[in-house]
Design a protein around this ligand. Sequence first.
Ligand code: FAD
Ligand code: UQ1
Length: 417
Amino acid sequence: DFKCKVLVVGGGTGGCSIAAKLTSKLGTNSVIIVEPNDSHYYQPMFTMIGGGMKTLRESNYAMKTVLPKGATWLKGRVTLFDPINGIVQTENGSKIDYDVLVLALGMELRYEKIPGLQEALDMPNSNVTSIYSPKYVERHYEVLQKFDKGNIIFTFPASPVKCPGAPQKICYITEDYLRRKNKRQDAKIIYNTALPVIFGVKYFADALWKVVKKRDIEVNTSLNLIQVIPEKNIAVFQNVTKPEEKLSIEYSILHAVPPQVPPKVLSECKDLTNDAGFVNVHKDYLQHIKFANIFAIGDCSSSPNSKTMAAIASQSNVVCHNIMTFLNGTSEQITYDGYASCPLVTGYDKCIMAEFDYDLKPKETFPFAQNVERFSMFLMKRDVLPLLYWKLMLSGRWNGPEFMRKIFSIVKFNKQQ
Ligand code: FAD
Ligand code: UQ1
């Protein structure tokens, strides 16, 4: 059995970056990380793989190379949380005793919740794709290259998703691909979202409506994918505001986004989670509302921000600071404002860089309007952010672009004078 100062569960984006920060503050052998996977994926690259701009091989590194050197990695899965006694149990039967617990288990992809979808994805020569999973992400570009004619349908499920912009980024990339290959006239492109809006922040949503109108993409809100009939190439949708209204559409390509939920091991522990299974934390301090020695970071947290890596960058600074405050018995906690960012790639050379906070108010970094498509922001997404992730974020040295915003605000201020 094991004992540690800080136990981090999950070695994804959140777990890895907070473990790195805390190891450098608390010293070697203070932190234990429990994580079952051998590979660590940079998931934002999946969108680019779907458009043939990057390869799956470029999107991951071996877990052992990204976890911080001074921390101990216990390979395996946590199977039980006992927050009252401060113990965690793993599938190998080990018990781990901690002073502080950080939950970073992310969300699970649940394709099987939509009848017929898993079967459709697993059929030989399937024309159903999904950039959300490393298992299916490469297929999107493969079927796109073989596309002849017909409907290409994109979905957004009636449940929380990570990177809520990704389901439409792949739609725009697909549209641009066909345009460049002179095949655009052979496709009807349809984006059906279960949400009532195209994007949660009006400032950026208005810009996206202009993009879809200009590019002749049919967008239907409040339409949820409820069934796939793979042998007939039919996708069945339901109107979420009028459940009796159903619509069947034939597809040549279907890009499906899976329902996503926090891992069962969390939702089973009612002391830790809210009704939806997310770790119940205070949205400003990211500290558990009942257990002062438990924190959450990333997609498994109840904090109502948009679930993105950019959000985790800001959260990691707050969680690290507030854990040190807890361990040192002092009281100056710092707060998280809900910052999240979503590089809305709209083609092979353009991107709208959305940034916003809990109030869904834009929080732009750069000294220019970010609600327009820009080549510079595309280069940021394609070339700069991956480097920043592998080099700075996973080693605990990236807290988001706050410092850049401060520098640019001085520039802007001088311009105004
Ligand atoms: P994850 O990185 O998913 O890690 C969770 C870890 O917990 C996993 O390694 C898992 O193995 C482990 N785990 C699960 N259960 C257990 C258990 N029982 N015991 C131990 N370990 C366990 N974000 C952006 O900011 N910008 C983007 O452009 C962007 N694009 C995206 C595009 C796509 C297609 C996708 C899928 C995501 C995108 N994101 C983007 C979102 C971003 O990737 C996620 O928000 C982020 O990776 C979440 O990090 P996390 O640590 O919460 O979860
Ligand atoms: C960001 O900080 C981040 O985390 C590394 C991302 O994940 C890949 C992002 O996509 C974005 C956009 C940011 C924010 C950074 C800038 C420069 C706006």
